[in-house]
Design a protein around this ligand. Structure first.
Ligand SMILES: Cc1cc2nc3c(=O)[nH]c(=O)nc-3n(C[C@H](O)[C@H](O)[C@H](O)COP(=O)(O)O)c2cc1C
Length: 188
């Protein structure tokens, strides 16, 4: 499988990145081709809500000229996309939220008989890390992610939330094991 990982934390060596290294290593071990995109240095504008993208069913159609269309092209070319983010104020980091909002340009006629999507049938997974627990903290993010697949006509391959994060070095063998098991699950 062609896999794209959207690294949504600014911290290149932070908690999210550490979990991703374990997931990526296992995916490669299983023979998958993994391409990671570190979003933070890219020029990522938010969606303008202009609706121009809805005029085209067969291309992205977004009129903004930043780095997001390139990220979306890589997504379209993948069988599995892993979205990742630190939990920021009960939601996604600004970097990955910009990309998520711009995936509005990947589909047309949502909830209509002619609903079309450029990522129809794609597997999508979420990996998030947070300082707190899951309850009353991460549900909103996970819930929102789960609703996105309906619009993308994609398959929710799974969610991994690593709670109680402090520093990457404190992420122990039990977390590594969760990451490895998650990698196996999202491709099967
Ligand atoms: C701006 C900001 C907001 C945060 N909001 C939350 C939050 O709502 N819930 C939570 O559990 N942790 C929160 N955290 C902690 C981070 O999610 C946590 O440290 C995460 O593992 C950082 O990931 P990183 O090392 O990949 O950047 C926040 C941290 C920052 C800097």
């Amino acid at each position: 499988m062609k896999v794209t990982i959207l690294q949504g934390s600014a911290r290149k060596k932070g908690n999210t990145a550490r979990v991703l290294t374990w997931v990526e290593a296992e995916l490669e071990n299983l023979g998958h081709k993994v391409d990671g995109i570190y979003l933070h240095p890219l020029n990522l504008k938010g969606c303008m809500g202009c609706g121009k993208c809805k005029e085209k069913t067969d291309t992205i159609g977004c009129i903004q000229k930043d780095d997001v269309p390139g990220v979306l092209e890589k997504m379209i070319d993948s069988q599995l996309v892993i979205f990742s983010s630190p939990l920021y104020f009960w939601g996604f980091s600004a970097q990955i939220k910009a990309v998520i909002d711009r995936t509005y340009s990947l589909y047309t006629n949502a909830n209509m008989p002619d609903h079309a999507s450029l990522v129809d049938g794609q597997r999508q997974a979420l990996i998030a890390t947070g300082a707190g627990g899951y309850d009353q903290n991460a549900e909103g993010m996970v819930d929102g992610f789960g609703r996105m697949q309906k619009y993308h006509k994609a398959i929710n391959a799974g969610t991994l939330f690593i709670n109680s994060c402090t520093t990457p070095d404190a992420l122990d063998e039990s977390v590594r094991q969760k990451a490895v098991e998650f990698a196996r699950k999202i491709v099967s």
